[in-house]
Structures are given as C-alpha cells and as structure tokens.
Design a protein around this ligand. Structure first.
Ligand SMILES: [Mn+2]
Length: 430
C-alpha cells in the first residue's frame, strides 16, 4: 500500500482477470449504442472527465440524531480523512477533490496543501459550521447564528465564515458553502421577516469578503434542527438570497433537503434557467434528510436530475457550471465503500442522461406525445452503462470493481491497526 491510496500493482492485478469480460461487454454495448446513433467512446470520454467531490466528514461514520456507532480504522483527523479520500480516488478515478469542513478539519493550510499534493487531491468548496458551538467561541448558536437576534453572535458567525474563506484561499479552494440551522421550534418564537433581514445583512458581510474568482453557495433545507420554521427553508428563499447578494452567489441543491414528493429536477431546471444553480450535495432519502447513499432509494430521480444537467450542457446554458459534491452519512456500511458506490452512481446517472435521444424527445414534446416522450427517457435509463463506467475507470488507472479491489487490498484492516478506536470525531448531518 502506497501512501497515496491503493498500490497500483494491486489494481493492475485486480483488473487483469476482469479485462477480457469487460472488453467484450464494452464492445457489445458499443454495437447496441451504434444502432441508436451513439458513439460509445464519446460517452466514455465525458464520463472519464466527470468528477464528484468527497465530503471530508463522509469518510467517518456519521451517526443519526440518536447515536453513532464508530467502525474500525476511523480517521482521527483531517490527514487520515485525506488518506481515505485518496483511496477512493485511486480506485474510482471519479473523486479528484475533497470538500473541507471548518472547524472539524482545521489544520495548518501549508500542511493541508502539502498532504493533498502528495495524495494527488484538490480542494472543492469550503464548508462553514455555525450550527453547533465550538470550543473557544464566546457566543452560543443555540438560538441561531447569522440570523441571531444578538449582533455580537451574528458578528462571530460572520467572522467564522470569513476565516473559512481565508483558509480556502490558502489551499486553493474557490467556493464557500453556507448552511445554517437557524430557525424556530415554536410558532411565535421568531419573527420570520426580521430573522431573514438579519440573515441577509450577515450574508452581505460575508459576500463582501469573497475574492473575485470565488463563488458562494447557499444551501436550503426545509427543517431540522429547527422543527417549526427554518430561515433558509426552500429553493425560493435560496433564489432570493442569491439574487440579493449578487453575481458570485448561487444556490446549492442538497437532494435530501426537500419534502418527499417535491419535484427536485424541476427546481434544478428553474435554477439553471435563471443562472443560479451553484451545485449539488448528492445523497438519497426515503422520508426526510436521511443522507442515504446516492441512488440507493430512487436512482430514477437522480437520472432525471442529470437529464436536466445534460440538457443544459448541450444547449450551452449561460453560467452553467455546477459543483458536484456528495453529502452522505454512513451508519451501517464502510464509509469508503459507500462513497465509492455513490460516486459511481452519480457518474452512472450522468452516463444514462447522455444517452437520451434529445432530438426525438423534443419532437415528442412538441407534438404532445406524452407516452413516447417518457419512453425516450426510459430507453436511456434502462441502458446498462456499467461497461462504460468500468472502462473509463480502468483506462484512468482505477479498478474494474472498486469495492472488490478495496476488500482485496486489506486497507481497512491495516488502518484499524494504525488508528486506535475513537469515540468522537466530527461527523454528522450537514
Ligand atoms: Mn448538504
């Protein structure tokens, strides 16, 4: 095992026995797609260029509001987390960047940069945290942060976000994601209008500290930890924020932060249309903000989101450049395995969406042929694109079957010996 992830020799050996079958599957799929007027290599190139960021907090077990059950070899600090992220990248070749969370990942920026360089990783958006109290903080966020009634508490939250920007500048990040838990638990507890005004004022102060080549992403979430009202509760409020702040402000869509029946792909389309889609936190949910693995509950919804993204990509929608990030909480699986599977599921949805016959779809839409329009989407979704994903991975030096290769490597057993079991560690629900 090399320091920068999994030994290349191990991956090569793993792939050797699988290559013949993979070549045949890729060829068969290529023939099928050729009949549909699609060049398989062009799809593979797009998939190979696609990446999704790993959240640093995702490589540890997250836990729920009720409990956390740590697994063996949990990362002890950000440097262990980066080592785990490098394993995910070496096996999948689809996760070149890591999204840091401050203060959980706070460390000397020079050391962070050096570690990332050594491991072949980059840094995606920085994430601030004013949804819990931190040691050394003078003021508590019990009753809110950026929208708090007390100006000094708001100032502390603003300064924390500016510190996140400063750390990000030092390590080569270009974006800040802001999610707050501010809200209320009782009708009457909070004045909706005043709270949102205070939030906007605080965000304007953070926005003013943003470098010219940075973007700021605001993330909405309908409820939790506030259970009656939440200050940034839905995409409408989120859009208002992005409009109020200015051209560097964009909306971040976390798939789990919507009510169960909400049409998320339509929200995505609206934000694209008005140039305010900043990016995603990919995960899946059944009931609420479950933070389940991407594509584990409703892979068709993930495909429909990517259908909108590919549509925007193909028509060259103005300002379209969404950041792709995972945001999951792993409670019963090995976090490295879950993140590898999720990165693959996100790439799978992208590959399937690339197969949609868009000319046919448009013609069916124009002629109001609802049945054929929906079957056009289904034809792409039903296509097993696994050979494309695997071939893209293997050609970039990754594993044909990342989970099998990870288990063969014995990585978890080895780090369990090096990393004594810890009870705490940053993790959880973002
Ligand atoms: Mn999120």
């Amino acid at each position: 095992m090399s320091e920068a992830g999994i030994d290349a020799g191990l991956i090569e050996k793993h792939n050797e026995s699988r290559m013949e079958a993979l070549r045949r599957d890729y060829e068969a799929l290529g023939e099928q797609l050729d009949r549909r007027g699609i060049a398989i290599d062009a799809i593979k190139e797009k998939v190979a260029a696609f990446g999704v960021a790993i959240p640093s907090w995702g490589v540890g077990t997250g836990g729920t509001r009720f409990a956390r059950f740590p697994g063996p070899g949990e990362p002890r600090d950000i440097f262990d987390k980066l080592a785990d992220c490098a394993v995910i990248q070496s096996l999948t070749r689809a996760t070149p960047t890591v999204s840091l969370h401050i203060p959980w990942d706070k460390a000397d920026p020079a050391l962070l940069r050096e570690a990332a360089q050594r491991l072949g990783l980059g840094f995606d958006a920085m994430n601030s945290n004013t949804f819990q109290d931190h040691p050394g903080d003078r003021y508590s966020y019990k009753f809110g942060s950026l929208s708090h009634t007390d100006a000094a508490t708001r100032r502390q939250a603003i300064e924390h976000n500016i510190e996140c920007i400063e750390i990000g500048k030092a390590i080569g990040s270009r974006a800040l994601t802001v999610w707050i838990g501010d809200g209320s638990n009782f009708p009457g507890q909070s004045n909706f209008t005043k709270a949102f005004e205070r939030y906007l004022d605080s965000m304007r102060a953070i926005y003013a500290a943003l470098p010219d080549d940075w973007r700021i992403f605001t993330e909405h979430k309908l409820y939790e930890p506030a259970f009656y009202s939440t200050v940034v509760q839905d995409w409408g409020t989120n859009y208002i924020i992005a409009q109020e702040l200015g051209p560097k402000a964009f909306c971040l869509v976390d798939l789990g932060h919507h009510a169960p029946t909400v049409n998320i792909e339509m929200i995505v389309a609206r934000l694209i249309q008005y140039g305010k889609l900043g990016g995603f936190h990919f995960n899946d949910s059944k009931y609420g903000d479950d933070d389940l693995d991407s594509g584990s509950i409703d892979p068709y919804r993930l495909f429909l989101v990517f259908n909108e993204l590919v549509d925007a990509e193909k028509r060259g929608a103005a300002g379209f450049n969404p950041a792709h990030m995972l945001d999951q909480s792993h409670n019963v699986t090995d976090p490295i395995e879950s993140l590898m599977v999720s990165a693959t599921e996100v790439a799978r949805a992208y590959a399937q969406a690339l197969l949609v016959d868009r000319n046919a779809l448009e013609a069916y839409q124009e002629s109001n042929d609802a049945l054929m329009a929906t079957l056009t989407l289904k034809a792409a979704f039903r296509t097993d694109v696994e050979p494309i994903l695997a071939m893209a991975r293997v050609e970039k030096g990754g594993a044909a079957d990342p989970v099998a290769a990870f288990r063969e490597s014995g990585y978890r057993r080895k780090v369990a010996e090096e990393r004594p079991a810890v009870a705490g560690g940053g993790g959880g629900i973002v």
